[in-house]
Ligand binder design. Structure first.
Ligand SMILES: [Zn+2]
Length: 313
């Protein structure tokens, strides 16, 4: 109608230019059909719960089809999460918010009173009954959203673990938020399993020195793997002697701050989201919020040329 009026007042050429301009705006995603959400073909639940996020994706990508495709990929993806303590729980809470619905949780630990104040899902009763962390988190996740598919496994992650039974073939993404016995060891263990299978691995958290970590995403064949990181630090720190800590036995004295766990989990959740958007970081590196001076510190880590794990691809 507007086009006809334009032709009448300004002539046929002006109308053609106007329509071409409208077409251009539509192609660029600047103007969009008012019922674009309904046209995505996503189910009603997803549309109702994720509409703000879909609008965000539309803003960033400019394409309703791409926005819907990413949301669909997210709701179908199967994630295995090792460690559902403070960092793991806040990460899971945010992954639920982003629309992820299929999880396997692996944690052999039980809830203690000190966990409740730092955790996204626990309550005081969990500590009283000494519930398994994985079981309690799975229960809360099911209560929070419908269409949840979550399995809790309460076996420890050790070098004896049969990883094939924990990370089944239809897994799309693996998370390591397990700080026992030490996140460096469990990450190498998981990375050696994931990289040859081309499975992405996110390493998040880490107690003591690196509470505000920005997480590391291992994309097989693209970024350094956990062995590359270990090798890099072995070289970088070869002349460094650790300063003796005043507390000799620190096993029961590992520090933690709820807000730092939330920070580490929040930045990691955005990394997962970016990966599913196809915008995953292609470079390796390590970054963290330094609590002492409230600054973000980051540096690059390269893939090691002789890494036996990376070169197996
Ligand atoms: Zn490597």
């Amino acid at each position: 109608m507007l086009g006809e009026r334009m032709a009448r007042v300004h002539g046929e050429e002006a109308r053609a230019q106007f329509l071409a301009f409208l077409n251009y705006l539509e192609l660029k995603g600047i103007i969009i059909e008012p019922d674009w959400l309904a046209r995505t073909g996503l189910d009603e639940d997803t549309l109702a719960l994720q509409q703000r996020q879909l609008a965000f994706l539309l803003d960033v990508l400019g394409s309703p089809e791409r926005a819907a495709e990413i949301q669909r990929k997210i709701s179908q993806a199967r994630l295995v999460c090792f460690g559902v303590g403070a960092v793991g729980s806040w990460l899971l809470r945010q992954l639920l918010g982003l629309g992820f619905r299929r999880f396997v949780l692996v944690d052999h630990d039980r809830v203690e009173a000190a966990d409740v104040s730092r955790h996204a899902f626990f309550n005081a009763a969990d500590a009283t009954t000494g519930a398994y962390k994985a079981t309690a988190v799975a229960e809360r996740m099911r209560a929070q959203f419908e269409a949840m598919e979550v399995t809790a496994k309460t076996e420890p992650l050790t070098t004896e673990s049969v990883l094939e039974t924990l990370i089944e073939p239809d897994t799309d993404f693996v998370i390591n938020a397990a700080d026992e016995p030490y996140i460096g060891y469990t990450s190498v263990l998981l990375s050696r399993f994931c990289v040859p299978r081309r499975l992405p691995l996110l390493v998040v958290g880490g107690f003591n020195a690196h509470l505000g970590s920005l997480s590391e995403l291992v994309i097989p064949g693209v970024t350094p793997c956990a062995d590359c990181y270990a090798d890099y630090f072995r070289n970088a720190l070869k002349d460094w002697t650790p300063v003796e800590h005043p507390v000799l036995d620190r096993r029961d004295a590992a520090g933690g701050l709820c807000s730092l766990a939330v920070f580490a989990a929040g930045t990691a959740a955005m990394k997962v989201f970016r990966y599913f958007m196809g915008e995953g970081d292609s470079e390796g590196g390590r970054g963290e919020l330094l609590f002492d001076n409230y600054r973000l510190d980051a540096f690059k880590v390269e893939r090691q040329p002789n890494c036996p794990i990376c070169s197996s691809l």
